[in-house]
Design a protein. Structure first.
Length: 288
């Protein structure tokens, strides 16, 4: 591991100023669960590492006006257990699925998003929540939808000197149901072979809102518009559930790697999407 300078900014403005001046050779450190591996393995060799763990500006939480927003410094443990996120159970459940307790204690939402792994577990929940990501630099502030933020494996909309400073979404209503499923090679400390999230609501025994997103089965996490369109305005039957499974399998574009073949990923994404749809249907009808 090469030598580097460790920078500990005292404020967000100081942090953004340093990142602007050293945009080409600085890396941001929050929990370090991804960056630490990359630096030790030589994949990344920054000349400066900027630790943002003390910046309270990145740890704000707000639930007002029907909208929830939180800073990128929130750890997966904090998201998983946050009572003000009970209406977004899909996000809490995804956070609980990440790594081990030791990893969840330090790994942050901002790191999960900035790393932009196709298998990142927070992306599918944030996609179905139609979340927005706030990005800031020393000179400007902007907001981008989570779907536009991730560009591909390891690639995001972050420009030189920019930092994720917030995540926000409209709080789901009481009439909605959300969930998350992850398939890995073991029950913990495993990268997703496939994952999926759903947010749904009913209107008179028919699906009204249906949002479904999957990860680890395409170059980036994506919504599944063909499956959503198939379900919209319809009541669930065994035949429709079979169509959902077949459509979901055909809508993904996975790779083969050491964790699973392309064919297995296509099969399993159909299974977990159908499982989520069935679970949503039964829970929503049971609460009606």
């Amino acid at each position: 591991m090469g030598a580097f300078d460790l920078v500990v900014p005292a404020s967000l403005d100081q942090c953004l100023g340093f990142l602007e001046a050293h945009a080409e050779d600085a890396a941001v450190l929050a929990g370090g669960t991804d960056l630490g591996v990359a630096v030790r393995s030589g994949v990344k060799a920054p000349r400066a590492i900027v630790w943002v763990g003390r910046l309270q500006e990145l740890r704000q939480f707000d639930r007002s006006g029907g909208r929830i927003s939180f800073g990128p410094g929130f750890t997966h443990r904090e998201i998983a257990g946050h009572r003000d996120l009970l209406s977004a159970e899909t996000l809490r459940k995804a956070a609980r699925s990440v790594g081990s307790p030791q990893v969840r204690n330090v790994a942050t939402a901002g790191g999960n998003l900035a790393n932009a792994s196709p298998a990142a577990d927070l992306y599918p929940p944030l996609l179905v929540l139609e979340a927005a990501i706030e990005v800031r630099s020393a000179r400007k502030r902007s907001t981008v939808s989570v779907g536009d933020f991730v560009k591909g494996p390891g690639a995001t909309a972050l420009g030189p000197g920019e930092l994720i400073t917030g995540v926000s979404f409209q709080e789901p209503g009481r009439e909605t149901f959300s969930d998350f499923v992850k398939i890995g090679l073991r029950n913990a400390v495993a990268i997703s072979v496939a994952n999926a999230a759903i947010l749904a609501s009913l209107d008179r025994d028919r699906f009204a809102t249906v949002r479904i997103a999957c990860g680890a089965v395409a170059p980036k996490p994506e919504r599944m518009p063909r499956v959503e369109a198939l379900l919209a305005g319809r009541g669930l039957t065994a035949e429709l559930l079979r169509e959902v499974e077949e459509t979901a399998s055909g809508e993904c574009d996975p790779i083969a790697d050491i964790r699973a073949s392309r064919e297995y990923r296509r099969h399993v994404v159909g299974v977990i999407v159908a499982r989520l749809v069935g679970t949503a249907w039964h829970n929503l009808r049971g609460s009606a």
